[in-house]
Design a protein. Sequence first.
Length: 319
Amino acid sequence: MNLLTDDSHLKGSASLLYDSWESMHDYINNVVMIAEFEYGSYGGLKDAAYWAPMLWGFDGHVDLEGKCYGTVADLHASHLDMTINNHTNIVCNGYIKGLPNIEETVIKAEIDNLSTDANILSHVSLPLSWGKVNIPSIAYKLGRIEMSGLFQGLISEFTAMCNIKTNAGNIIANANISQNDTTNEYQYLGYVSSPSFAITKIIPNNWITTTGFEFSIIGEGFDINTMNAQILNGMLFDTHLRKKEIQDIYITGSLDEQIVETTITINDSNINLDFYGGINMQGDKNTYIANANIKTINLSELDIWETKRDSNIILSTNI
């Protein structure tokens, strides 16, 4: 096979299997395609839109290597290596069942590796019918993102399990995500953890450098201006505060209509406190509130206050 169009160049082998010429009248369901793409093949998204109309409006191309087989309505991929517009690479196995009706299409993707960057994704042009994809601001600070995992379901309701590598640390995330029929926002229930994460990559500071964490999250929406989310059973461990490792930090939090509320409890030999903090972002200026009950804090051991070698400072107070 050496197929060349204005927008694509596919190299390798290809065959079409069908019962009779009449099968061509329903190409999407009746004609089985078998294609093995050699290195150097690429497909234009404009060409792909003829078989998958929901791609109309996309621009660019996909470099291909691997095997695809099945009908358009029941398409499978084996050891497929794809690079989209020279920036996002996906190596996967899986299937797509239900095209061209994207709303009823079931997708299963076993992702061996997905490599991308939020700065590049933010400039990808999507079809108008897809609407705008809001990328969380934190994603821009993570640098190049490498991911492996499983995605399975409809675009309106799916399960995702993944391991993510970033320049700030590795993250394990599992989530069930579904689209609210009334608001069209995505609802989610998930679990996120990391054995060690460089907080300073996300929030530059001179206090907390790295920490492990685990928490559950439930919410709706991804736009910070409208989202409603809660952090449940949050815990930080192996947290490095200045020069000391702090244990037993428990966190709960919520974001609702631009109001953030957080409670933090620390039970460590060098610091024992309960903290409540809130931010109201609804007006032109943010409003902050904080309330802390500091039972004990060893300032010298935490390297907050320098003392003589044989001295120590311990405080207990309410704020």
